[in-house]
Design a binder for this molecule. Structure first.
Ligand code: 4NP
Length: 156
């Protein structure tokens, strides 16, 4: 599979997928890989908003800048525009597959942590309802899993 464009997908596009997008962009750049990344949410409640302030703060501690993020919702064109649509959890994956124009394109949607062959968990926990520790844990998980993601891309 020639993977050149990757879309990270969560529910609101204000916490997990913007975080993973920023971490991935940095690691891909450092690895010299010509792969572009973006993110979106299956839901549209936060369209046009920036990332969650708690997520911005936790990411900043690890050197990732989410301040320019602008949330957007998944649309049907995304299945044509991206080679791979990586869902943060099973609910996101289910939504993604329901919105795919056909079965062939639906196969582009897979679980992010499964695809990146990271250690458990297979779902990326949503920090939105939690405290600052949950946001810090999300950043740590993003760093670990993006390392696996980049390693897999090298062989994809
Ligand atoms: P995310 O987190 O999917 O990681 O961006 C959430 C953000 C907002 C909501 C749920 C999850 N919400 O219900 O508004």
């Amino acid at each position: 599979m020639n993977v050149r464009r990757v879309l990270f997908v969560c529910l609101g596009n204000i916490c997990r997928s913007p975080l993973v997008e920023a971490v991935a962009r940095k690691h891909l750049d450092e690895a010299g890989l010509d792969v572009s990344v973006a993110s979106c949410g299956t839901g549209g409640w936060h369209t046009g908003e920036g990332a969650d302030r708690r997520m911005i703060a936790a990411a900043r501690v690890a050197g990732h800048d989410l301040s320019a993020h602008c949330a957007r919702q998944l649309n049907a064109r995304d299945f044509d525009d991206y080679d791979l649509l990586l869902a943060m959890d099973r609910a996101n994956l289910r939504e993604l597959r329901q919105h795919a124009p056909n079965r062939e394109l639906a196969a582009k949607a897979v679980l992010f942590l499964e695809w990146s062959a990271a250690a458990p968990p297979v779902e990326f926990p949503d920090p939105w309802h939690g405290d600052a520790a949950g946001f810090a844990a999300a950043v740590a998980l993003a760093e670990r899993s993006v390392a696996g993601f980049v390693a897999r891309l090298r062989t994809a």
